[in-house]
Write a protein that binds this ligand. Structure first.
Ligand SMILES: Nc1nc2c(ncn2[C@@H]2O[C@H](COP(=O)(O)OP(=O)(O)OP(=O)(O)O)[C@@H](O)[C@H]2O)c(=O)[nH]1
Length: 670
């Protein structure tokens, strides 16, 4: 293998909505290229992409899978990415390291919107992409309508490359709109050339004219030819197609049936001839052609055979096993194809390989050999929106818990965890219930750490509505010298968010100075658990009076007296329950705005305002307050009402009184 030239490498991420057929398409691509001799299926759990137990159990992609094929002298790296929005971080991280994305979608106009977040990401990062409309054997909507729906969410013009012959279960072939050659699908082999059926002639001409018009937008010479009704040479069209994809100006569209390998060969041919070469992609990312090796980590994972592996895209130079990179020594360099690892001595620009045991290196990091390299842009971790309280099933496992969770988080940057001091729970945060259940499954399988989980407790607080002057006296006689403390405390509510204030207005030394800290400690301790059972906030306490005993008084005795005064006083101050409120920025397509607003209101949310999303046409951004207790359900229901594309960012806002009836119900449960 020649590792010094990038001309023979193409790396392609296979992305698209949940269950659109990405893994099936990968299987077909590997079969057609001869990388595998027998096709597996997702249902049987034996496809290349069904590597992990979690993916097999759920029959869905839950992480990026790398595969490799060599075809017509070109080495192809494929990254099959999960489609579920809950695993979007995996997909985003992988996308920044490829030459192009192959977006697989279904032939349904009503579901085109699901592709919108993906297309936005590709546009934002200027990643060239090709669309493959899969499952054409099930298409019931005319292709024209599907294309119109997809065009409405793509900022780049779509360039249809094939016109299907037949529809749905009558699909029999396609017409290549560049060569105008018609092909008949041939189950189990390449398509056969056929004469262009006359009944398709006018549709074909119209579709071809549209393709040429799209290309002419970026080529004045072609435009002149079209105006003068000169038939452009095929070579000119092909040159335009290659250049326009390289420059991310157009989105070529192919269609087929991945399950039956229909349309996969012409797609492959276009990938080979039109996807930018590795050096071209590096140039677009601003990486100079000359210089020491540079690579970027697209994914981190732990494998039973090799320990920590970092899947990297090599942008420049050659990496050799054993080399020093970012202060760590490369211990193993592998090409991946599903679960198969092939050890290599070195790998060159354009390749996607796994590097062994790069301690201290994380996903997104830039690896540079030699001089200081400016870090390449990487994806920020997604805001976690769903939480579960977790604990090892067996107490004895608590020791290995932290190390295992640290590895889990290294593998998946969209997870995070926190020890909630108020509720004493360990809370795992992620992108949704399936995401967290997959993470827990991984803890069980990889680290032999069975976990239990449940919805986290809400860190309620309490406060008081009215002031009270309270008296506490602690007097204790135990044989020798006794304990005596006596205090008068004014307890009053503070405005929300003001926390706690302590003051004293003692005159005449009725409580000696050295005992005042004891009083404050007693007050603070009493506030840790108020009459309703939760920490008390937004309270001011003033020590106004008291008395002492020259022998029996101590700081400890005054602390006890303060606790007594607080416990008795707080109960008379009309304690009320407070709940944490978060502020949300919800993004939804305009057709779902009304339902999102209703969902927020139905969950006790308070809508602050909403307006058009500055970044996306036909999307709204709703700003609202929502009780934290409702956030898990909100995350699930928002997705389900918006074809999975509605999303939100959030931040803690403030505490707010729980409505009386609800508070009664909550308190009755505790
Ligand atoms: N009829 C038909 N079914 C297909 C085709 N391609 C895939 N499927 C089926 O669609 C389902 C989903 O296919 P997958 O390949 O797992 O889809 P995926 O996009 O990889 O799924 P995720 O990674 O979970 O998003 C499976 O039942 C496939 O058999 C196709 O061309 N035609």
């Amino acid at each position: 293998m020649n590792t010094s030239t990038s001309a023979h490498w193409r790396s392609i991420a296979i992305v698209g909505p949940y269950q659109s057929g990405k893994s099936t398409l990968l299987e077909s691509l590997l079969f057609v290229t001869g990388a595998i001799s027998r096709k597996g299926t997702v249902e049987d759990g034996n496809s290349v992409a069904d590597g992990t137990a979690e993916a097999r159990a759920r029959q869905m992609g839950v992480e990026v899978n790398a595969a490799f094929a060599e075809y017509q002298g070109v080495q192809l790296s494929f990254l099959d990415c999960p489609g579920s929005i809950e695993f979007a971080q995996e997909t985003w991280n992988a996308l920044i390291g490829v030459d192009a994305a192959l977006v697989v979608c279904e032939p349904e106009a009503t579901r085109a919107l699901i592709v919108a977040p993906l297309l936005k990401f590709l546009d934002d990062w200027q990643i060239p992409h090709v669309l493959f409309i899969n499952k054409m054997d099930r298409a019931s909507t005319p292709l024209k309508e599907v294309l119109a729906a997809l065009q409405s969410i793509s900022s780049r013009p779509l360039a249809l490359r094939q016109f299907p012959i037949g529809q749905g279960d009558r699909l029999s072939g396609f017409i290549d709109l560049v060569s105008e050659q018609a092909w008949q699908y041939h189950p189990g082999g390449p398509p056969d050339p056929i004469a262009l059926p006359e009944i398709y002639r006018s549709d074909e001409l119209a579709a071809r004219a549209e393709l040429l018009e799209v290309l002419a937008e970026f080529d004045d010479h072609l435009l002149e030819e079209l105006v003068e009704e000169i038939e452009p040479p095929e070579a000119e069209i092909r040159t335009d197609l290659k250049r326009d994809l390289e420059d991310d100006l157009i989105v070529p569209v192919f269609c087929g049936v991945a399950l039956r390998d229909f349309g996969v060969r012409p797609l492959l041919a276009a990938l080979l001839s039109e996807v930018p070469e590795a050096a071209c992609s590096a140039r677009h990312r601003g990486i100079a052609a000359e210089g020491p090796p540079v690579a970027q980590v697209l994914k981190t994972f732990y494998s039973p055979q090799s320990g920590k592996l970092s899947l990297v895209r090599i942008w420049r130079g050659v990496l050799a096993d054993g080399a020093q990179i970012n202060g760590a020594r490369l211990a193993g360099l592998y090409r991946l194809c599903g679960q198969q690892q092939t050890a290599l001595a070195a790998a060159g620009p354009g390749e996607i390989v796994a590097l062994g045991r790069l301690e201290g290196i994380k996903t997104g990091d830039t690896l540079a050999l030699g001089s200081q390299e400016t870090p390449l842009a990487s994806c920020a971790p997604l805001t976690p929106v769903f939480a579960l309280a977790i604990a090892p099933e067996k107490r004895a496992d608590e020791v290995k818990f932290s190390a295992a969770v640290a590895k889990l988080l290294e593998e998946d940057p969209s997870l995070s965890w926190q020890q909630n001091s108020g509720t004493r729970e360990v809370v795992l945060w992620g992108q949704g219930e399936i995401h967290l259940q997959v993470a827990l499954g991984r803890l069980r399988r990889k680290y032999n750490l069975p976990m239990q989980s449940h919805p986290p407790q809400v860190p309620y607080r309490e406060t008081i509505r009215r002031a009270w002057s309270s008296h506490g006296r602690y007097k204790h006689q135990t044989g020798g010298h006794g304990q005596f403390g006596d205090v008068y405390l004014d307890i009053r509510p503070l405005a929300r968010g003001e926390g706690f204030q302590f003051a004293e207005t003692i005159v005449g030394g009725v409580v000696p100075r050295q005992y005042v800290p004891g009083v404050e400690t007693g007050v603070r301790e009493a506030l840790e658990r108020g009459p309703l059972g939760y920490p008390v906030v937004d309270v001011a306490v003033t020590l106004t009076n008291g008395s002492y005993h020259t022998v029996d008084s101590s700081e400890q005795a005054f602390k006890q007296a303060a606790r007594i005064a607080m416990h008795e006083g707080l109960a008379r101050c009309e304690p009320v329950l407070l709940e944490p409120i978060v502020e949300l920025d919800v993004s939804v397509p305009v057709e779902f705005t009304a339902r999102a607003l209703r969902l927020l209101s139905g969950k006790r949310g308070q809508i602050l305002h909403y307006q058009g999303d500055g970044e996306r046409r036909e999307w709204d951004c709703v700003n609202a307050f929502l009780p934290l207790a409702q956030m898990n359900e909100f995350a699930i229901e928002l997705r389900s009402l918006s074809l999975g594309v509605g999303c939100f960012a959030w931040r803690p806002a403030h505490l707010q009184e729980v409505p009386e009836k609800l508070a009664e119900r909550l308190l009755a449960r505790t």
